[in-house]
Ligand binder design. Structure first.
Ligand code: ADP
Length: 392
């Protein structure tokens, strides 16, 4: 009996143990299942997050590449287009599907040279219709023979470079003439003209004239270069007062030129600007009117306000400017009549200075003219100055 009960006890114990074990196993596998489910859910969430972030990244890349001014073209190892952005088509005027279609030819050559090379290959070419200059850099990417081509429009940069080169050439030429004249006069004096009083007088006058011309050119060049950096708009400037001051400075010359000059001003508001630069603007306009108006003529300087702008108008009854020259008179060193400009002490820079000052103040300058009847220059400046006028 005891043996039976022991056996039963053992069996029950085993069953209970098995049950406990089974329950433990079940609860453990439940826990594991739960953990597994959690891990799976976590992995799925992570995957989704990565997908989202790589989709976000792709979107970001798309946004960046489509908003780039540079055209981008990626070609695979078989010379087929795998990616391009909108700027590329804009620059090239079409979209090449394969390298053989790539134009201009120097760009195709650059791509050819870049395949398998570690160096960036560059090329520059002019395209027609519309005419522009493009600069390309080709670089091999990755271990295969893929090539990335980046294309930039450098038309404006090249134009500015040409303007700068022309300006340096013109300025050097303008400075060379009086410098050569000074040298010649000094040599003549040294070689004997000093002993001949009338000749000495003539050559020393020439020295003085040419030295003054040099100093006027240098002074205008310095003004221009300063104005290129902008004007200081901190002052409140009354342009009627500026015009009155400038006219007073010119009184002797006006009498000498036998001209009538009148100022018409009706209490205009002040503008935010630079007194020094605005005086330069008014001086150059009146100075030109006086220099290009023959004796007996008249000059009218009017300062008024209109539609939130102060308007300075300088009208003369002088030589006038041919219509074909009107668009160019504001260019540096551009003169309609070179000889007359020189004779009257012109540098060819006065109107370029006027234009710079007007633009630095958020304004503009215009001209109307009729040959042999006269010219009218008009400058319009916003009363609030450049910054406020630029605000919406
Ligand atoms: P310049 O020192 O030669 O006068 P500007 O830049 O002041 O140089 O003017 C450029 C050119 O525009 C002058 O050479 C002249 O031919 C023409 N010009 C300017 N103002 C007048 C004017 N009031 N009447 C006639 N021509 C003018």
């Amino acid at each position: 009996m005891a043996g039976w009960s022991v056996a039963v006890g053992v069996t029950l114990g085993a069953v209970a143990g098995a049950l406990i074990a089974a329950r433990w196993v079940a609860s453990r596998s439940r826990a594991e299942g739960q953990a597994l489910r959690e891990r799976t859910a976590h992995a799925e969430a992570e995957l989704a997050r990565q997908e989202r972030s790589s989709a976000d990244q792709r979107h970001l890349q798309d946004v960046v590449l489509s908003s780039m001014e540079e055209g981008v073209l990626l070609m695979d190892d078989r010379g087929r287009r795998v990616f391009s952005n909108p700027a590329l088509e804009q620059h090239l005027g079409f979209l090449p599907d394969v390298i053989d279609e790539l134009r201009p030819l120097p760009f195709r050559d650059a791509v050819g040279r870049a395949i398998g090379s570690e160096e960036i290959q560059r090329a520059e070419a002019e395209t027609s219709a519309p005419s522009k200059w493009l600069r390309a850099s080709a670089i091999s990417v990755g271990p295969d023979r893929s090539v990335l081509l980046v294309v930039r429009d450098v038309t404006e940069a090249r134009r500015l470079e040409a303007v700068r080169r022309d300006f340096v050439a013109n300025a050097s030429h303008e400075l060379k003439t009086p410098a050569a004249s000074i040298r010649a006069a000094a040599e003549t004096l040294r070689n004997g003209a000093l002993e001949d009083p009338p000749a000495a007088q003539r050559f020393t006058e020439q020295l003085e004239r040419e030295a003054m011309r040099l100093s006027r050119i240098v002074s205008d060049l310095l003004d221009l270069s300063r104005l290129e950096g902008g004007s200081d708009l901190a002052e409140r400037v009354r342009l009627d007062a500026v015009a009155a001051d400038e006219i007073e400075r010119l009184e002797d010359r006006l009498a000498e030129a036998e001209l009538t000059l009148e100022l018409h001003a009706d209490g205009v508001p002040s503008v935010a600007g630079s007194g020094r630069d605005l005086a330069l603007l008014v001086r150059n306009l009146i100075d030109n009117a006086v220099r290009y108006t023959p004796a007996g003529g008249r000059v009218d300087v009017t300062v008024t306000s209109q539609d939130g702008k102060v308007v300075v108008r300088v009208a003369d009854t002088g030589l006038g400017i041919p219509q074909r020259d009107l668009p160019r008179v504001f260019e540096r060193f551009y003169r309609v009549d070179r000889a007359r400009s020189r004779e009257t002490g012109g540098t060819g820079l006065g109107l370029a200075i006027v234009k710079h000052v007007a633009e630095n103040h958020g304004g503009e300058v215009t001209v109307t003219s009729e040959l042999a009847s006269g010219s009218t220059f008009e400058v319009r400046l916003p009363v609030g100055g450049k910054t406020r006028s630029a605000a919406p």
